[in-house]
Design a protein around this ligand. Structure first.
Ligand code: AMP
Length: 504
C-alpha cells in the first residue's frame, strides 16, 4: 500500500455496532466491511489458537465460545474491569483497540492507503476516564485521534449538512441515565457549537423510580405491607414500572399487574393498580422541572434565547415520553411535529422550513458515523469550504495557593482560543511557582481533575506580590490544550502541552 495524501476517517465506536465513514466527493460514505456490511458488530472473540476475530464472525460463534467472546465493551470503558481469556487478561481498552484496528483495516483496504488519523465519536456523557480510554484504544490500533466528537453533535452535523441554507439546532439526547443538550448552528458552511449542557444523573430511570415509589406507597396504604425490602418483589416492581411508563407514551391509561407479589398468613397478595398518563405526569413533574432548568441554563450560558432555534432533534428513548416532548415544545415555542429519518444510505437534501420542527427518530445507525465522516472530511481538507468550531465543555484553570480552582478558560469558550491570567508570588523571595492545570467538570463544589503541572523559576529577589506571572491557556483547532507561564520581569518561560489530551 502506498502513502498518499493525508486521509482522516470517521469512526462510530458503538456499543452494539461500529461503523467507519470517509468523505468521498462532497458527502460522507459508510465504508463496508469485507463481508459487505455497513455495520460491524462490536464483538471480539479469542480463539484457542490465539487468533482474534472481530465483527459478524465473532458474533456468530458467541454461543459456542461465550467465555472468550466479548460484546457491549463500550459500557466498560473507563472501568478497571479485567477480562480473562485462558491464561491472559485483557482490559476493555484492548478489546476496543481490536475493534478499531479492524475498522482501520477495512478503511485502508477500501480507500487503498495507510490511515493514521481519525475522528471517533463518544457519548456526550462520557467522563474523562472513558474518553482517555477511547484515546488509548485508538493508539493501540495505531490511530491518532484528531477529535473525540460527541455523538449528538455528530448527529447534528449530519442533519445540518443536508440543509443547504443552514439551520440552528437544538439537540436533546435523553436516554436511560443521562440528558445531553447541544445547541449548534450551521451558517455559510460553518458549523458552530454554541452551547452544551445537561446532566449525567437525569434519565428515564428517574421516571421509573418515581413510579416505583408511587407503587410502594399505594401498596403500603392498601395492605400495610412494605415491599421495598423484599428484593424479588422490588425487582418485579422496577420492571413493571418501566413497562408502564413505556405503555403510557402511546396510551392514556395502563394497568400494572403483578400476581403473587407477596404473601401473608391469609394467602397470596397480588398487585393490580391502574396508572394514567396524567398521574405519571404529576409524579415526574419535579424531574420535568429539572430538565427545563437544564435546557434554560444551556440557552443562558450560550447567551441565546429559545426563539433562536429553528429545528429540534430529539434522540434517546426517554424523549418518547409525551410530557418531555410537550416541555420542549413549550420552551422553544414549536408547534409543528415532524418525523424524520436520517442516516439512510443516501443523504438527501431537504427543503428548509420556516416553522420550528421537532425531528424525531433520527436514525442513529448511520447518522453518528456520517457526522464523524463529515468532520474527518473537514480535518483532512476534502471539505475545504466547511468549518467546524466547537466549544470547551468544562472550565479550565489552575490551582491557587489555597488549593482553590481559578478559572482561566471558562466552559463554553469557542476554540481555537487563547486566554491569559496574571498571577503573582505569595512568599518573599520565592524561587519558583508550581502551575497546576485543572479541569472542572460540572459546577462549583465538584473536585477538579488534574491535567498536569509544571514549575516556573521566578525572580528570587522579589518580595511576595511583586512578581508578574502571566499564565496563558491556548486551545488549538483540534482542542489540544497548551499552557504556558512567563515571569514577565525575568523573562523565564515554561510550558506544557497536555499530552494526548483533547478538550472534549
Ligand atoms: P436509550 O439509552 O436511548 O436506549 O434510552 C433508554 C431509556 O428510554 C430507558 O429509560 C427506557 O425506559 C426509555 N424508553 C424507551 N422507550 C420508551 C418509550 N416508548 N417511552 C418512554 N420511555 C422509553
Amino acid at each position: 500500500m502506498s502513502e498518499k495524501k493525508k486521509i482522516v476517517i470517521g469512526i462510530d465506536l458503538g456499543t452494539t455496532n461500529s461503523l467507519v465513514a470517509h468523505i468521498r466527493g462532497e458527502s460522507p460514505r459508510i465504508i463496508p466491511n469485507p463481508r459487505g456490511s455497513r455495520m460491524t458488530p462490536s464483538v471480539v472473540c479469542f480463539k484457542d489458537d490465539g487468533q482474534v476475530i472481530v465483527g459478524e464472525l465473532a458474533k456468530n460463534q458467541a454461543v459456542l465460545n461465550s467465555e472468550n467472546t466479548f460484546s457491549d465493551i463500550k459500557l466498560s470503558m473507563g472501568t478497571d474491569r479485567i477480562l480473562p481469556v485462558g491464561n491472559k487478561k485483557y482490559a476493555p481498552v484492548e478489546i476496543s483497540g481490536f475493534i478499531l484496528d479492524s475498522l482501520k483495516e477495512y478503511a485502508e483496504e477500501y480507500i487503498g492507503c495507510n490511515i493514521k488519523d481519525a475522528v471517533i465519536t463518544v457519548p456526550a456523557y462520557f467522563n474523562d476516564k472513558q474518553r482517555d480510554d477511547t484515546l488509548k484504544a485508538a493508539a493501540m490500533a495505531g490511530l491518532n485521534v484528531l477529535k473525540l466528537l460527541n455523538e449528538p453533535t455528530a448527529a447534528a452535523l449530519t442533519y445540518g449538512f443536508t440543509k443547504k441554507k443552514g439551520t440552528r439546532l437544538l439537540v436533546i439526547d435523553f436516554g436511560g441515565g443521562t440528558l445531553d443538550i447541544t445547541l449548534m448552528e450551521y451558517k455559510n458552511r460553518v458549523f458552530r457549537v454554541r452551547g452544551v449542557g445537561g446532566s449525567a444523573s437525569i434519565g428515564g430511570t428517574n421516571f421509573d423510580k418515581a413510579i416505583v415509589d408511587y407503587i410502594l406507597k399505594d401498596f403500603k396504604t392498601a395492605y400495610d405491607l412494605d415491599l421495598s425490602h423484599d428484593k424479588i418483589a422490588f425487582q418485579q416492581i422496577v420492571i413493571h414500572a418501566e413497562k408502564a411508563k413505556t405503555d403510557l407514551s402511546s396510551t392514556e391509561e395502563t394497568q400494572i399487574m403483578i400476581p403473587y407479589i407477596t404473601a401473608t398468613h391469609k394467602g397470596p397478595v397480588h398487585l393490580n393498580m391502574p396508572l394514567s398518563r396524567k398521574t405519571l405526569e404529576n409524579l415526574i413533574d419535579p424531574i420535568l422541572g429539572e430538565i427545563e432548568r437544564h435546557i434554560c441554563k444551556t440557552f443562558e450560558q450560550a447567551s441565546l434565547s429559545p426563539e433562536w432555534v429553528k429545528t429540534i432533534i430529539m434522540v434517546g428513548g426517554s424523549t418518547r415520553v409525551p410530557a418531555v416532548e410537550n416541555l420542549v415544545k413549550k420552551i422553544t415555542g414549536s408547534s409543528d411535529m415532524a418525523e424524520d429519518m436520517l442516516g439512510s444510505s443516501q443523504t438527501k437534501s431537504q427543503p428548509d422550513v420556516a416553522i420550528k420542527q421537532i425531528k424525531k427518530n433520527i436514525n442513529p445507525d448511520e447518522a453518528v458515523a456520517r457526522g464523524a465522516g463529515i468532520l474527518a472530511g473537514i480535518l483532512e481538507g476534502s471539505l475545504t469550504d466547511i468549518e467546524f468550531h466547537d466549544i470547551t465543555p468544562h472550565d479550565l484553570g489552575v490551582e491557587d495557593d489555597k488549593g482553590e480552582f481559578v478559572t482561566v478558560l471558562p466552559r463554553g469558550t469557542a476554540y481555537p482560543a487563547q486566554k491569559y491570567h496574571l498571577f503573582t508570588t505569595t512568599q518573599d523571595y520565592q524561587k519558583e511557582v508550581c502551575i497546576h492545570v485543572l479541569q472542572r467538570v460540572g459546577t462549583n463544589g465538584v473536585k477538579p481533575v488534574s491535567l498536569g503541572w509544571f514549575r516556573l523559576k521566578t525572580d528570587e529577589t522579589r518580595k511576595k506580590g511583586e512578581s508578574n506571572i502571566d499564565v496563558t491557556f491556548s486551545i488549538d483547532a483540534n482542542g489540544l490544550l497548551n499552557v504556558s507561564a512567563v515571569d514577565i520581569d525575568s523573562g523565564e518561560i515554561e510550558d506544557i502541552t497536555i499530552e494526548n489530551k483533547i478538550v472534549n
